[in-house]
Design a protein around this ligand. Structure first.
Ligand SMILES: Nc1ncnc2c1ncn2[C@@H]1O[C@H](COP(=O)(O)OP(=O)(O)O)[C@@H](O)[C@H]1O
Ligand SMILES: [Mg+2]
Length: 165
């Protein structure tokens, strides 16, 4: 069950919220709501085990950002970066295969930041947190069955949470 998003908004202003989903569709819907609320450059880190739902969440986020259904959002496991056109450009990164922190530079992360779009980073722990810059940190935890706990953990003070919901 997705909780009431008006309370989510209040909780986010306090800098922390966690909610539960029970289906992939619900996780996508949480992502979609977040995507729909974004109206400026933002880096989002998505932590969570393999199969927790990070790509699923990003799929919803892309729709909320206005990425057309013609663009299937697939895991950038091998490409490391996938880019989609939306209201703002969306860069979907999967750093699982990143060899070293230097590679963040090699994949053009700085240029992505300068484009002023939305950067979603799966496996952010593979990179140096400082290099990722100010970000909204989200974690997805796989629980029993299809239940997932999505936590909006932390946020750099440069990220203005009230704009999100
Ligand atoms: N509540 C849920 N939210 C997200 N995914 C779920 C949920 N329940 C089951 N799943 C399944 O878990 C898998 C998540 O895959 P994916 O999004 O690729 O994970 P990740 O990117 O974290 O490795 C999918 O097969 C999806 O159908
Ligand atoms: Mg993934």
């Amino acid at each position: 069950m997705i909780s009431d998003f008006s309370s989510l908004s209040r909780l986010l202003v306090d800098g922390r919220v966690a909610l539960e989903t029970n289906t992939p569709e619900e996780t996508q819907e949480v992502g979609r709501r977040l995507g729909a609320a974004i109206n400026g450059p933002l880096v989002i880190t998505l932590a969570g085990d393999l199969g927790s739902g990070k790509t699923c969440f990003t799929r919803g986020l892309a729709r909320g950002l206005g990425v057309d259904e013609r663009y299937p959002v697939t895991s950038p496991t091998y490409t490391i970066v996938n880019e989609y056109p939306g209201r703002l450009p969306l860069f979907h990164l999967d750093l699982y295969r990143l060899g070293s922190c230097d590679e963040l530079e090699e994949i053009g992360y700085r240029d992505m930041l300068q484009e002023g779009g939305v950067i979603v980073v799966e496996w952010p722990e593979r990179a140096d947190e400082h290099e990722l810059g100010a970000h909204l940190a989200i974690a997805i935890a796989e629980r029993e069955g299809d239940n997932r706990k999505i936590s909006f953990i932390s946020c750099d003070e440069k990220v203005d949470l009230p704009i999100l919901f």
